[in-house]
Ligand binder design. Structure first.
Ligand SMILES: Cc1ncc(COP(=O)(O)O)c(C=O)c1O
Length: 385
């Protein structure tokens, strides 16, 4: 029955009111090119996004190859620049082959959908990144979400399944900054003939010999049955993503991964910048260690002052806030005092664990680290101690 005129988006206002009441409204804040604020919210772990070599490489690539990739690489062709970047990423991280995509999000969707499918099983850590959650949803596989960082739960789940299976985990969890037990997960997968997919978004450039990433650090780079995904937007200071693995897996992705086939290729400027960053990291391997040292100093300063912070396994330092509202206010007070920090609250994190998230950068000076710690401590709500 027709119900007369009505507004099809009334429900949006109702949802917005619920969000506002819960203190969970998100807003976009303008960002200027130059800022006097100290930025500990970005994922630019090595401080390369403004490095002259990296920005020049981006500009040079755009001049040479164009501002855009002009289409899917399967349709308009694949440039030498993309091939060079794929070779560099695979060699640097220790895998046989690589495929670059337009984002880390697209890389996770590609790997998960192409390596699973109807009738197969995906075993996914409860705290995996949203792009992994969405990849599982798109895959048509049965997804079993297991407790966080629990190789025994992975084993039990694999044991109860007959047929093709894949376990997937962040290498470093993006909110709390803790590392996954990769060696134990790989052993569980090996025992059941399952593949292991490691999202190394927060490991590349920070963990492993000279920043070669978490799979390399765990002795799993290039191992049978192991595939990694990367983002080029964090340590490499650019934009884009990649899947690394055996050549036959990469060939399979080229033929079947919808976020590769039906997506415009990575923009040449982003490819050029990422390639320059990867080469720079090869030349300056100490950058990775410096990012870890800065993270440890931030954590030490904050916990010495009585705040609750998760011990960082890489460059992410997570500080517990008493409530979502307190987290928002705390982050705003930091900003007013000249320090930008991340603020995580539901739905990015489960209820009850809202956090400030500080990211270490290799280019921070000891004085800047001390300033950041002092600001977070000074602005902390009393319930945070
Ligand atoms: C763990 C993890 N995986 C994947 C992504 C997605 O990468 P991108 O931003 O390149 O799409 C992110 C963050 O952005 C992330 O934190």
């Amino acid at each position: 029955m027709p119900q007369g005129p009505f507004d099809p988006f009334d429900w949006i206002d109702e949802q917005a009111a619920v969000r506002a009441k819960a203190g969970l409204v998100r807003t976009l804040r303008p960002r200027s090119a130059e800022s006097a604020l100290l930025d500990l919210a970005s994922n630019d772990y090595l401080g390369l996004t403004h490095h002259p070599e990296v920005t020049s490489a981006a500009a040079e690539a755009a001049r040479r190859w164009g501002a855009g990739a002009t289409g899917s690489r399967l349709v308009t062709g694949s440039t030498r620049l993309h091939a060079e970047l794929e070779r560099e990423l695979a060699d640097f991280c220790g895998f046989e082959a690589a495929l670059v995509l337009s984002s880390g999000y697209a890389a996770n969707l590609a790997a998960l959908t192409a390596l699973s499918g109807h009738g197969s099983l995906i075993v996914s850590d409860a705290l995996n990144h949203a792009s992994i959650v969405d990849g599982c949803r798109l895959s048509r596989a049965t997804t079993s979400v297991v407790p966080h960082a629990d190789p025994d739960a992975v084993r039990k789940t694999l044991d109860a399944h007959d047929g093709r299976a894949l376990a997937v985990t962040d290498s470093v969890f993006s909110v709390d900054g803790d590392a996954a037990p990769l060696a134990e997960l790989a052993a569980a997968c090996r025992a059941y003939g399952a593949a292991l997919l490691v999202d190394d978004a927060h490991g590349l450039g920070v963990l492993g010999d000279g920043g070669r990433g978490a799979p390399h650090a765990a002795g799993l780079a290039g191992a049978d049955g192991v595939v990694a995904t990367l983002t080029l937007s964090k340590s490499l200071g650019s934009q884009g993503g990649a899947v690394l693995g055996p050549a036959r897996v990469i060939d399979h992705l080229v033929n079947t991964a919808r976020t590769f086939i039906f997506d415009t290729g990575l923009a040449p400027a982003a490819a050029g910048a990422a390639l320059a960053s990867a080469r720079l990291l090869r030349r300056e391997p100490e950058l990775a260690g410096r990012a870890r040292t800065v993270a440890a100093s931030l954590h030490g300063g904050l916990t010495d002052a009585g705040l609750s912070a998760v011990r960082p396994d890489a460059a992410v330092v997570s500080v517990l806030a008493p409530s979502p509202e307190a987290a928002v206010r705390w982050a705003a007070d930091c900003r007013a005092a000249g320090l930008v920090v991340g603020c995580f609250r539901p739905p990015s994190v489960p209820d009850g664990i809202s956090r400030l998230r500080l990211t270490a950068r290799a280019d921070l000076t000891d004085a800047q680290v001390a300033q950041a710690v002092a600001t977070v401590v000074r602005t902390a709500p009393s319930a945070a101690f």
